[in-house]
Design a protein around this ligand. Sequence first.
Ligand code: PLP
Length: 288
Amino acid sequence: MSSPVSAGQAVVWYNGRLLPETEAAISPFDHGLLTGDGVFETMIAYGASPFAFTRHYRRLERSAAVFGLNLPELETLRAACNEVLASSAIDGPARIRVTVTGGKAPLGSEKGEAGETVVVAAGPAPVQPEASEVITVPFARNEKGALAGHKTISYGENVVALAKAHAAGAREAIFGNVAGNLCEGTGSNIFIVRDGQLITPPLSSGCLPGVTRALVIELCGELGIDLKEIDTPLAALPAAESAFLTSTLREVQPISGVDGKPFADVHSATAKRLAQAFQNLAARDIDP
Ligand SMILES: Cc1ncc(COP(=O)(O)O)c(C=O)c1O
């Protein structure tokens, strides 16, 4: 480390080195800052190492390939996350973010040749409520877009939609896609129970292939819960019997109501079983 870290300052891993955050001098010409040319992962650590690191790395690889970005090797990045966690002294679960951008580039959309910017940073994971109120938003996810299904740093649509949810007293905003079908939240996937059937939008809806979503789908198989990955109109959400969100930070989190209308069965038996099974999985296997 090049200089001592003062209190309140985070330690980050920046292009191969652990540094106090103020020394991670990211260029004003960074293509991530200028155009959104970049990808990221958010992981959670319950101890010294991130949960499901390999799955997060594989998704990062797929998203990076779309932009032609090179990544550090899996074990290099895992070690970087562990070093940041060890240097951060975070009480309780930590949120770890890996961000990879196109690096220094000309001032337009054309890519530069200076090499990627890679940053690993950590902070406390936000405390989650037992259930979240959501709103539906009139903005559509474009399932045919170049970046559909990829975790890119172009999160402006999510920032706007989440602010709208917060202004309405809700904690998540749910998007339909261009076809008018249920898609996902700003930072979560969604499952609904309709006519007794558990449903989640297919990846063709344009939703992110959530790591938690994939694990929950696998758990449904193990628990004998019948799940269908099928398109459903966005309008089916407020009419559902119950619903839940999945994400790295929320795990399996019931939805309490949609657009101000509460669900009768918030803590459904299905959500409870899956939430418990997910916690059991996280406790027994750090990298499932
Ligand atoms: C848009 C979007 N959808 C879904 C998810 C859930 O993905 P994961 O379970 O991998 O956290 C996220 C996570 O942040 C997200 O940003």
